[in-house]
Design a protein around this ligand. Structure first.
Ligand SMILES: *Cc1c(COP(=O)(O)O)cnc(C)c1O
Length: 223
């Protein structure tokens, strides 16, 4: 689909859910896509997108390489401003690649708080973070909702800005997804956090209905 088609779908879902206009922002999941594809499908069409355009990657080296190539191609001069998000599992030896990132969606352990805070000292700036919640399935990533407050406090005490929570729903079951999204929304509300990163190509509609503020869409945009 084109960017404009996906944005129309998103706006329709927002309107049908009675959400205020522009309360849901699109995070373009650019993992695995070439810079040519990102330019063609997204950046050259991006006048419809609020800025900065959010691009999300899930692998440290791929992110580093893309940021470098984007600089060489003069993205800053040629296109709307962009910012990079990280949506992959955080590995200790890969945190060093995350300097260009403004928002990490996948914080799930206290050691990651300390590794990010320590790296951030060297960078002179720290990325904001979202706490990834477990979705209740046999899935290894994310923390249980009852463990989110402790991780939140750990992050805040280490000087990180915690903006909200992120969750991935179980695949292929929209009713289960709706419940997982609803639980994530309650968890964010309990922590008084406003950002809710949830919803992907196949389940962004229930996510919007349950209060998503960031939807992370890849396949729908690029294929
Ligand atoms: C790949 C990925 C997405 C995007 O999924 P699509 O189905 O391509 O829209 C969103 N979030 C995370 C964490 C991902 O890894």
């Amino acid at each position: 689909m084109t960017l404009n088609q996906v944005l129309s779908e998103l706006h329709a879902a927002q309107a049908q859910s009675g959400r205020p206009e522009s309360s849901v922002r699109l995070v373009v999941v650019s993992k695995g896509r070439s810079l040519d594809a990102i330019e063609e499908k997204i950046l050259s069409q991006a006048s419809a997108l609020p800025t900065p355009v959010m691009l999300a990657e899930n692998r440290g080296q791929e992110l580093r390489d893309k940021v470098k190539e984007a600089r060489e191609r003069g993205w800053a001069e040629r296109f709307s401003p962009t910012e990079w998000h990280f949506i992959g599992p955080l590995q200790r030896n890969k945190i060093k690649y995350l300097e260009p990132v403004s928002l990490i969606h996948t914080l799930e352990a206290a050691w990651q708080v300390h590794a990010i805070a320590q790296a951030a000292e060297g960078w002179g700036k720290a990325p904001a973070v979202l706490i990834q919640l477990h979705n209740g399935e046999a899935q290894k990533h994310g923390v249980a909702a009852e463990d989110a407050p402790a991780l939140y406090h750990e992050a805040v005490q280490s000087g990180l800005e915690v903006r909200g929570v992120m969750v991935m729903a179980p695949y292929g079951d929209l009713e289960a997804a709706r419940q997982v999204f609803g639980q994530a929304a309650r968890c964010a509300a309990d922590l008084n956090l406003s950002e809710l990163s949830m919803g992907m190509s196949d389940d962004f509609i229930p996510a919007v209905q349950q209060g998503a503020t960031l939807v992370r869409i890849g396949r729908r945009l690029f294929t």
